[in-house]
Design a protein around this ligand. Structure first.
Ligand code: KG4
Ligand code: ZN
Length: 376
């Protein structure tokens, strides 16, 4: 089954065609980074206007790359929550129009939930390879790995799993009993971790989005150079707080208010060496990663998890991937191209929805808040 999926929750216009929930036949993302960079963050009105301009070309390219005509698609999916309302409306309207005009089922999925599902995605060639290997294994043909049927690509997360979505808009922990049974068990009480990266990058005048820039800089820095605070909250808390860490970086760079004159944030940071900058980046990243890893461990204990699933833009972070390397449970990260916002993850999760819960009606709404925001 081929699902054509649309993403327009924030500042990326995406369209993808995904086969049977895993094989990504095409994944087109029109980024708006250049439009928002000078404002050092996303401007909602600019984002919705850009979605309107991008949506049709992106849909066309997704079909061409997958070599799949609209008539050959089995269903239409869209991330209809949470996000910027003006942005969401563009994707939801396009998806409904396509579903109605083509007479295909429509599926609305939660964007945050789809970030978790992104660990299941594979490029078309990889998926083909996995399918062929499974077929030859079942015929008793020995593969390259000496006949083992369990490869990294074929290993799947076991439930219950701890899910962590860490992005620019969200940082939350989930208990997953299945792909469709998801409960939020903790979240940030202030900034999302990606937001903290973006703000720290802005105060260092490094550019937007800050995550990849700080991640790259951190590789050359000393993570122990500065002892930034690790906010773990109450003893068993599964919530996060990154605003204190962000303020600690601000004070480190610009000085503590009332204690000596330092340049203002408007004038930009004081001059510092490349090594000093790298040390700040590495120490900030070390603080973020330590908090995240410890919270995942708490959450895993709390729900008796058998695996860990991590998604969202910050799941591309090298420090986080290294920090989770020796975790006691199997850890699943998405392939790098599916960490940040994309439509492929929507198409993948929609396949599960359609199989188990059936389609959504054409009265689907754009909803700014998450389906999984309430703790139960
Ligand atoms: O998932 P995403 O594309 O959008 C949201 O749903 O928010 O995530 C974007 C966020 C931005 O804050 C960006 O700075 C961050 O993900 N990000 C990273 C990295 N790549 C992207 N943060 C840390 N390290 C990275 N390598
Ligand atoms: Zn996202």
């Amino acid at each position: 089954m081929r699902i054509l999926a649309i993403e327009s929750t924030c500042d990326e216009t995406g369209a993808a065609i995904v086969e049977d929930g895993r094989a990504v036949l095409s994944n087109v993302v029109a980024s708006q980074i250049d439009l928002h960079a000078k404002y050092r963050g996303v401007v909602p009105e600019i984002a919705s206007r850009a979605h309107i301009e991008n949506i049709l070309p992106v849909l066309r390219e997704a079909c061409e790359t997958a070599d799949c005509r609209l008539a050959e698609v089995d269903a239409i999916a869209v991330a209809h929550r949470p996000g910027l309302i003006g942005s969401l409306l563009v994707g939801v309207t396009a998806a409904k129009s396509l579903a109605w005009a083509l007479g295909k089922p429509l599926i609305g999925v939660d964007h945050v939930h789809a970030h978790l599902y992104s660990v299941m995605l594979e490029e078309r060639q990889k998926a083909e390879g996995r399918r062929q290997k499974a077929e030859s294994d079942s015929r008793g043909v020995r593969g390259e790995e000496g006949g083992s049927s369990t490869t990294a690509a074929s290993a799947l997360p076991e439930f219950p799993a701890v899910g962590l979505v860490c992005s620019g808009g969200h940082t939350a922990l989930y208990e997953l009993k299945s792909w469709l049974d998801v409960r939020m068990i903790g979240s940030t009480i202030d900034d999302a971790v990606g937001e903290a990266y973006d703000k720290v990058s802005a105060l260092l005048a490094l550019g937007y989005p800050g995550g990849p820039i700080i991640d790259r800089l951190a590789q050359a820095g000393d993570p122990k150079a500065i002892d930034f605070p690790r906010s773990l909250m109450a003893r068993e808390s599964l919530d996060f707080s990154f605003s204190g860490l962000k303020t600690a970086v601000l004070y480190r760079v610009y000085g503590v208010p009332g204690r000596g004159a330092k340049p203002s944030t408007l004038a930009g940071p004081p001059k510092m060496s490349t090594q000093e900058l790298a040390d700040i980046a590495a120490s900030f990243q070390a603080a973020c990663v330590e908090v995240i890893v410890r919270k995942i461990e708490r959450a895993a204990r709390y729900i008796g998890a058998k695996s860990v699933i991590i998604g969202g833009g910050v799941s591309a972070n090298r420090g986080l991937r290294v920090g989770m390397q020796n975790f006691r449970l199997p850890v699943f990260f998405p392939p790098l191209q599916f960490c940040t916002d994309n439509a492929a993850m929507t198409g993948g999760l929609a396949w599960e929805h359609l199989r188990v819960l059936g389609p959504t009606g054409l009265d689907l709404d754009a909803i700014p808040f998450s389906q999984f925001a309430d703790r139960t």
